[in-house]
Design a protein around this ligand. Structure first.
Ligand SMILES: Cc1cc2nc3c(=O)[nH]c(=O)nc-3n(C[C@H](O)[C@H](O)[C@H](O)COP(=O)(O)O)c2cc1C
Length: 226
């Protein structure tokens, strides 16, 4: 892997930070997350499970730094409730979950405003970003601005969620289940349709809080099927 855009993002922090906790919207069918989490699962309370066996507490900054060594692609997850403006957020926690049935998953901060819209819509589109879409990623992680202003998109074929122009691939989903996951929610989506875009399949990567691109594959680069 080779760094093309070695950007520490210090000028504009892109982390998932919100100053205060807001109450979550009403439960939806299929949402198994208990909004009234047990007090000992609240992020501000340290549980014994948060301690390594030596008893030293795990600091969030250390967690973030070590886990940031896991390189991922980047998506923008979008949705649109009937009659409402579209919503979307930059998301690196997207994963393929199951082939039969076809399921995907992502985790989202319980404080995310976009998530409220996605959950209310009950459907979403995963836009897998192309290497050239770093500015789009920044836009969909920034707060305060209209993220869709000037962005070209079309409704996805089944759920009508925004399909962003220039994305490497898209996955059109309905929300299947939502699980609690500490200070995040784990959303599971059932894939209704998906496809890749024409052109060069070069993804945008995220590693150690910076954007990266892939290097050309080595001659022996074929890997076992996961
Ligand atoms: C590269 C990148 C990956 C991100 N991945 C996630 C993620 O997986 N889950 C999440 O909740 N936030 C993630 N974020 C942060 C959100 O994009 C951002 O905090 C969020 O959009 C805040 O706005 P919202 O309240 O509209 O959700 C990521 C940000 C960046 C820059």
């Amino acid at each position: 892997m080779q760094a093309h855009t070695k950007q520490a993002l210090e000028d504009k922090p892109l982390e998932d930070k919100h100053p205060e906790e807001e109450p979550l919207a009403e439960k939806l069918p299929g949402d198994t997350s208990p909004e009234d989490e047990r007090p000992d699962e609240r992020p501000d309370k340290r549980r014994r499970d948060d301690m390594p066996l030596g008893g030293k507490p795990l600091e969030p900054a250390h967690l973030r730094h070590v886990l940031g060594h896991f390189c991922t692609g980047i998506t923008v997850i979008t949705a649109m409730e009937n009659g409402q403006p579209p919503v979307g957020f930059a998301c690196q926690s997207f994963v393929s979950l199951s082939l039969e049935p076809p399921l995907v998953s992502f985790s989202v901060s319980r404080l995310s405003r976009s998530w409220r819209g996605i959950r209310r819509a009950g459907r979403f589109c995963v836009n897998i970003l192309h290497a050239e879409q770093e500015p789009l990623c920044r836009r969909f992680a920034a707060t305060g601005a209209d993220r869709f202003a000037g962005v070209e998109w079309w409704p996805s074929p089944v759920t009508g969620s925004p399909r962003l122009a220039g994305a490497l691939a898209w996955v059109d989903c309905t929300i299947e289940t939502v699980y609690p996951g500490g200070d995040h929610r784990i959303a599971v989506g059932r894939v209704r349709d998906l496809d890749i875009a024409d052109g060069e399949a070069e993804p945008l990567l995220f590693f150690l809080a910076g954007f990266r691109r892939t290097a050309p594959p080595t001659p022996s680069a074929s890997a076992p099927t996961p």
